[in-house]
Ligand binder design. Structure first.
Ligand code: NDP
Length: 239
């Protein structure tokens, strides 16, 4: 299925996995709405992609955990670009710490960004997809959303939540010809992974953001009737 001329909104598009997905979709002729908190990251990516691929790119700074900011940003992006065909809920944050010791504000922040953020963005974009009877939503969860580990309680709770949310949304939205998918990558070579001490061993054998972008593209290119419910991605590196 050609994606040329489609319009995608990518959250957390300023760096890491979101940026790699933006680059990949632009190379397929997809027009892009970019959302994250850091305006400078988005503006420089927008200029690069407009120049290199000739696609339309609009950027809006917002914190996904703030519903008002999300609604205003999506209004701006939709006005600039038109109705959104593809939503990639990728913005996320991570911090590890034991349940006893972790600061409750930090715990709440992780759940607010990863889970509430996914919900706020989705509920803003979804009604238009339902009216148009088409759409694609990909929510980035994690292997931590399938299995809890010591010190991952906030991150795991948020990412398990994303899987539950995705599963339920998928059942609601499929009758509107909207495909909803949860991605569950293991460790990917990004700032987020290094900040929480997950970059260990040979970086070349870690998953790269571009690998996740390739997976996203292959899911989106399947015929619209094919709904990938959940897609995991690991490396051959056993570490
Ligand atoms: P990065 O830290 O490299 O990038 C995160 C992006 O999200 C940035 O653009 C950041 O921009 C944005 N972001 C963070 N918080 C917010 C917020 N509150 N509102 C809006 N945007 C925000 O992370 P990754 O690329 O590694 O992670 C992307 C997704 O993939 C996350 O959901 C993460 O949980 C998930 N994931 C990552 C794995 C890994 O090992 N890296 C493995 C499995 C899943 P800014 O700070 O400017 O807002």
């Amino acid at each position: 299925m050609s994606l040329h001329g489609k319009i995608a909104l990518i959250t957390g598009a300023g760096k890491g996995i979101g940026k790699a997905i933006a680059v990949k979709l632009a190379s397929e002729g997809v027009h892009l709405g970019l959302l994250a908190r850091t305006r400078t990251d988005l503006d420089s990516l927008a200029i690069t992609l407009q120049n290199s691929h000739g696609v339309r790119v609009s950027a809006a700074a917002a914190d996904v955990s703030n519903r008002t900011e999300v609604e205003s940003a999506i209004e701006v992006l939709s006005k600039d670009l038109g109705p959104i065909d593809i939503l990639i809920n990728n913005a996320g944050t991570a911090q590890f710490g034991s349940v006893a010791e972790m600061n409750p504000e930090d715990w709440e922040h992780i759940v607010k960004v990863n889970l509430f953020g996914t919900y706020y963005v989705t509920r803003t974009v979804l009604p238009d997809m339902m009216r148009r009877n088409t759409g694609n939503i990909i929510n980035v969860s994690s292997t931590a959303g399938q299995r809890g580990n010591a010190t991952t309680s906030a991150y795991s709770a948020s990412k398990f939540g994303v899987i539950g949310f995705t599963e339920s949304l998928m059942q609601e939205a499929r009758k509107f010809n909207i495909r909803v998918t949860a991605l569950t990558p293991s460790t990917v070579n990004t700032e987020l992974a290094s900040n929480i001490g997950l970059k260990i061993g040979d970086e070349d054998r870690m998953l790269q953001p571009e690998d996740v972008a390739d997976l996203v593209l292959s899911i989106l290119k399947l015929p619209q009737r094919v709904l990938v419910n959940q897609a995991g991605i690991w490396t051959t590196n056993p570490q």
